[in-house]
Structure formats: C-alpha cells, structure tokens
Design a protein around this ligand. Structure first.
Ligand SMILES: Cc1cc2nc3c(=O)[nH]c(=O)nc-3n(C[C@H](O)[C@H](O)[C@H](O)COP(=O)(O)O)c2cc1C
Length: 496
C-alpha cells in the first residue's frame, strides 16, 4: 500500500465523517473516519431522517440484511424527529453488550467506512481511542467488513490491536483485556465473527495498523512487543487537537492552569528513522513548510486535524464552524485552552474558548449533571469484588455512592454529550423548571487555529478539504490529483 503525504487525522466524535474522509481520500491522501461513538451517531442520524439517505444506502449493502432492517426499524424517523423531543437512547456499552448494541456497533462502523470508500479506490482509515475499550472488537470487525484500509489508534497503548486485526481477517475469535482501576486485565471483552455471522465468517483484508504515539519509547516498545505487526506510527505533539498526552514527569501548570510542555516532550525522531517503518508527524503540521520539514526529518508525511475540522465537509455544525472561522478572519486571536481537568479520561483536552459552550462556566452551570452516553466511564472494582462503571462527570451523588474521590469531579465536563452537540446531534433536555433545549457543545481544536486563514480562497468565508490538501501539498498537488482521472468533476462534487 502506498504511503500518501497527508493523513487527515481521525476526529471524534463525528467531526471526521465519511464526507470528509471521502473527499480527502479521493484526492489521493488518507481520509480517516472516526469510529468513536459511531453507533450513537448513526442511530441519531437515522432519527433526524437520514438526510440524503446515506446511512440507509450503506445499510442496504451491509452483508446481514436482517440486522440492517432491525436498525432502520428501531431508529429511522421519516422526515426527522420532532426537534423538541429527545433522541431515543441506545444501550450503553458493556463487557457483554446486548445483541442490539452489538448489531448497531458492527453495522455503524460498516456504514461510516462504506460511505467513505463508496465509488473510488482511495485509502480510508478509521480512528479509535485505546481508552474506549468496550466497543473496540465489534467496531473493528464492522470497519473491516467494509474494507477499511488502515486502523489508527492512540490515547493509550494499543499493544494488542495488531494481532486482533490478524485474527479478524482470518475470521477467528478475538478478545481484549479491559482495564479495571489499576488492573490492566480486570475483565475480558470477547467477539466471535462466527457467532456474529451465524456461520462461516468471511475472510477479510487485514488493514495496516498505525499507532498514534507521543514518544519514541512507546513506539519502540510497540514495534517489539505488539501482538502483531505495527505498520507505522503517527507521532503527535502537544499542540494537536483533541486529547493530548500529558507532559513527561510530574505535570506542572502555568498561570492559566494549562500543562507546561518542555524539551522532554519533544520527540527524538532518531529512533523512528532507525525502526525503518513509515511515520507521519502531527500537531501544527498543516502548512507546506512543515510538510517539507517533516519529509526532511525522514517522515512519510504529516497528519493534519484542525485544518480539516473547519472545512466544509467536516461534521462540526455549520454555525459553530462559521462562528470560529469568522473570529479568526476578523483578526481575533481565538484561544484554544489545554484543559487538564475537563475530560473524564484524565488526559489534557484542547478546547476552543467560546461563549455558549460547555467550557463557558455560565452556560455549563445551567446544565445538570447527567451521564447517559457513558463512553468515557472507567471500570472500578467494588469492595465485594464485583466490577462497576463510573465517570467523574456524572451526577455527584452517583459518583459519591460509587465511592469516587470528590476531588476527581472538579472541573470535569460531560465530553460525550458536549461532542454530540458540536456535530448537531446534541440531546434535547428539560432540566425541571430550567428548560435547556439542547446540550451545550464542546469544541476541540489544535493550537494552530490561525492557519485556517491559509486555506481560505480569496474573499471567501469557508473552504473545502481540497483547499487544505492543495495548500499543504503546494507544487506537489498536481501529482497527487493525477491519481484521480476526473479531478474537475471531483472538485465540483466535493463543493456541492
Ligand atoms: C476536532 C478534533 C478532534 C480530534 N479527535 C481525535 C480523536 O478522536 N482521536 C485521535 O486519535 N485524534 C483526534 N484528534 C487529533 C487529530 O487526529 C490530529 O492528530 C491532530 O489534529 C493533528 O494536529 P493539528 O490539529 O494541529 O492538525 C482530533 C483533532 C481535532 C482537531
């Protein structure tokens, strides 16, 4: 498989949608969809009437028609649900998921990859977070059923994923240890392709596996000790959007409460070059001069997120995207805060400083704590030895009942509900007397927001994925687009 110069970074939840990944992939680069919470996203898209019929078209191609039919029956609302009514819930993830959730997880990963790959031969990857372990096995299987070319995983140590890809490609049963508190393998998640397919499972192409890492030591360990072949790495620095690795050593905060990164956090690329596997650099690399710099360091290219997050094809709700673009265009230095507390994962999380979002204390104070999506819950062992799940962003009483440390809840934000609202799929709620129509959004971005000016055609207030690719590749752009026989048509289609 060729190694294109640009990987469009996986952006959860629902920011790097199939539309974005498809656009990038058709331009000869790697388009990456996000697999995070894709079960919920597909269920909610169906409830908004499935505009364009895309999810239903993909489900028509799902190899298990009864499952596809059940999903449509359960979630599709013709013309879209009444906006003031809440979305129907889906079952929460569990070590032993209900058949209904298992079906939705496999099918939704299939849908997103199928749509991203539809009608062209470009490369499509899917991104998962290692920390979100429960849906991992059925998710990967669903993506592989749709022929995903690459699996990318960060936010943890994905040591067992390469071997899981090998086994799933042969139709073999797989298992994944689930962390319970400090125990790395307190429980085990299992997935059987044979049981799911109710017969001989198909042989599937094994996608390449790229580990997203923030240190050479982790990459070297993965190259030596992973359960199968790690095909390459994305080396992500602390200015990248989304979750970041914490600084090396004891975390120290600056006067704004942001983690201080120093020389020790600069990744030494010598060991990456020595490993002889392709690697891409991420974190403010969405500029042509930074691509050249990456190439001169021996990288295969760059992984870029923020630039694509604000382009026409990304999943961020258009009004939120435009509000940030307009502030940047207006010359404002829009702040992106590295918040060490907000995310229940415990990892620093980059958040755009914006009014009326969950990071705005006045807005967030109106929200009552509720945990009804649960992707970022952690497992813990109770005194009686059984395992239960909790999230420091959940209602304080529930957290206390689960013997969680009260200090852990300070500054936490419900990232799950916030990210859904950012992509226009936020839950509608009534908080007793205080009616809050929709969950407040939570926007993540990399620090290099100002760079979005570079992609903007003269006089425009928006730009497409093609503008990003063209800008970053510079004089190399033509060579890349030659992969597609009809670039003009592609560009027209992408713009429409
Ligand atoms: C909106 C947004 C969401 C992101 N979500 C994820 C994610 O779910 N998983 C992941 O591995 N990286 C995530 N990232 C990181 C990107 O994949 C990429 O590595 C990063 O954005 C590169 O740095 P840049 O933002 O400076 O271009 C996210 C980035 C953004 C901007």
């Amino acid at each position: 498989m060729s190694n294109p110069l640009i990987i469009q970074g996986g952006m959860g939840a629902g920011v790097s949608t199939w539309k974005l990944a498809r656009a990038v992939s058709k331009l000869g680069q790697v388009g990456v969809v996000s697999g995070t919470a894709i079960d919920l996203i597909v269920a909610r898209r169906l409830q908004t009437g499935d505009p364009g019929g895309h999810c239903r078209r993909a489900l028509d191609h799902f190899p298990f028609p009864d499952i596809a039919r059940r999903i449509i029956e359960r979630y599709f609302v013709d013309g879209g649900k009444d906006e003031s009514k809440p979305f129907k819930s889906i079952p929460m993830a569990a070590v032993e998921p209900t058949p209904r959730l298992m079906e939705l997880t496999v099918a939704s990963n299939f849908v997103e990859v199928f749509l991203a790959k539809e009608g062209h031969d470009g490369q499509v990857g899917i991104n998962y977070l290692e920390k979100i372990q429960l849906p991992t096995l059925p998710s990967i299987f669903g993506a592989m059923l749709a022929g995903v070319d690459r699996v990318l995983m960060g936010a943890g140590i994905p040591r067992l994923i390469p071997g899981i890809l090998d086994k799933l490609s042969r139709g073999e049963d797989v298992e994944l240890p689930i962390a319970v508190g400090k125990e790395k393998a307190g429980q085990t998640s299992r997935f059987s392709p044979r049981a799911f397919c109710e017969g001989e499972p198909p042989k599937l192409a094994r996608p390449t596996f790229l580990a997203i890492v923030a240190s050479a030591a982790l990459a070297v360990m993965l190259a030596k000790k992973a359960s199968g072949h790690v095909d390459g790495f994305v080396v992500e620095g602390p200015t990248a959007g989304g979750h970041n690795a914490p600084p090396r050593g004891k975390t120290q905060l600056d006067e704004n409460g942001e983690p201080i990164y120093g020389d020790r956090d600069v990744v030494d690329l010598t060991e990456f070059r020595a490993m002889g596997r392709p690697f891409w650099l991420a974190g403010s690399y969405g500029r042509p001069e930074r691509l050249e710099e990456a190439l001169s360091e021996g990288a295969a290219g760059v992984q870029v997120g923020t630039a694509f997050a604000y382009c026409d094809e990304s999943g961020i709700a258009p009004h939120l995207k435009q509000a940030v673009i307009d502030r940047v265009l207006g010359g404002e230095d829009v702040k992106v805060i590295t918040d060490p507390r907000a995310s229940p994962t415990g990892f620093p999380f980059k958040i755009v400083d914006k009014e009326d979002t969950a990071r705005d204390p006045k807005t967030y104070a109106k929200r009552k704590r509720v945990c009804d999506l649960g992707y970022l819950r952690h497992a813990y062992r109770k005194d009686d030895g059984s395992v239960a799940w909790r999230c420091p962003s959940e209602p304080l009483q529930a957290w206390a009942k689960k013997e969680g440390d009260v200090d852990e809840t300070t500054g936490r934000i419900c990232v799950c509900n916030g990210l859904m609202a950012t992509i226009g799929l936020g839950q509608s709620r009534s908080w007793g007397d205080d009616w809050l129509t929709e969950e407040p959004p939570l926007m993540t971005s990399g620090n290099d927001l100002e760079a979005i000016l570079r992609y903007m055609p003269v006089g425009a207030r928006n730009y497409g994925a093609v503008d990003v690719v063209r800008q970053i590749l510079g004089s190399r752009f033509t060579a890349a687009t030659e992969l597609d026989p009809e670039p003009a048509e592609v560009l027209r289609e992408l713009r429409s």
